[in-house]
Design a protein around this ligand. Structure first.
Ligand code: SF4
Length: 281
């Protein structure tokens, strides 16, 4: 299948982000995290994404409106708009005779449920790490704050995956570094949740990534949201003060290509300490 045809179908379906990894780029992964555990004939992994509008973060940045992000940055964007993009590309592939397995971004931290149905098969449900797949498809990198960063949107995207038996030319891995320095990033969490750091290598691309105390993030009242799918999943931090600060920093450092007349952060960031009851304010 021609890469340009799949890319055109993705763009027509509303994808802002697009990348393809051949299955060999997943060779180092265990079967419990491997696309072929779901579809053994997989030859290509397509990563699709849609932008989170910058304006969906505005109400949270000002501390005055949180529902806008919840719908246009998270729930509707992921479950409706991005899902529509994914299913349309899957239909395009299947109209061409290739099977296409659409995968929503469910948290890979969810433990297996049920029993293996044959010897050596992993237990259901096998869930792929979408951010890891995005790096393998050249869509972005894992930044110091332990989140996917892309050259066009920085922290602002929702991604989904399609597994297919179509052989598609892979898109190149991202070679540049997007993340601001560890020193700058460490200042972005006012609650001290960056408790260490580690090196992470994906497809030969090595990234320095903070060890994040996600237990602290789960109680954070600065724009973080509990994982909607499962309590074991990582909380959503895109609208939290850490990643809003990171996006602002990336924009100021010229690390994202989408530009705006108005800076994201124009006033001192608000911070709510963990012991404050927001509902009594
Ligand atoms: S979600 Fe809250 S506690 Fe976690 S890193 Fe961000 S600001 Fe810190």
């Amino acid at each position: 299948m021609e890469l340009r045809d799949v890319r055109a179908a993705a763009e027509q379906a509303g994808a802002d982000l697009f990348g393809v990894a051949n299955i060999e780029r997943f060779d180092e992964l265990p079967l419990e995290r491997h696309p072929r555990a779901i579809f053994p004939e997989t030859r290509s992994v397509i990563v699709l994404g849609r932008r989170i509008p910058r304006g969906a973060l505005r109400g949270v940045e000002e501390g005055t409106n949180f529902s806008n992000y919840l719908l246009y940055g998270l729930d509707w964007l992921d479950n409706r708009f991005t899902s529509l993009t994914t299913i349309q590309v899957a239909e395009f592939l299947e109209d061409s005779g290739w099977e296409a397995v659409p995968l929503p971004n469910l948290p890979p931290e969810v433990p297996p449920m049920g029993v293996a149905v044959r010897p050596k098969a992993p237990r259901p449900n096998v869930l792929l790490d979408h951010e890891d797949a995005a790096v393998r498809a050249g869509v972005g990198e894992i930044g110091y704050c332990d989140c996917l960063l892309t050259p066009r949107f920085g922290t602002r995207q929702r991604i989904q995956i399609i597994l297919t038996d179509a052989e598609i030319e892979p898109t190149p891995l991202l070679t540049e570094t997007l993340s601001p320095s560890a020193e700058r990033c460490r200042t972005l969490c006012p609650l001290g949740a960056f408790v260490g750091e580690q090196m992470r290598t994906i497809c030969g691309k090595t990234m320095t990534v903070a060890q994040v105390d996600y237990a602290q993030c789960r109680t954070c009242k600065n724009g973080a949201l509990a994982n909607r799918q499962h309590p074991a999943g990582r909380p959503d931090r895109v609208a939290a003060t850490c990643l809003r600060g990171l996006l602002d920093l990336m924009e100021r450092e010229g690390k994202v290509s989408d530009r705006f007349a108005t800076p994201l952060r124009q006033r001192t960031a608000w911070v709510v300490k963990p012991d404050v009851d927001l509902y009594k304010l």
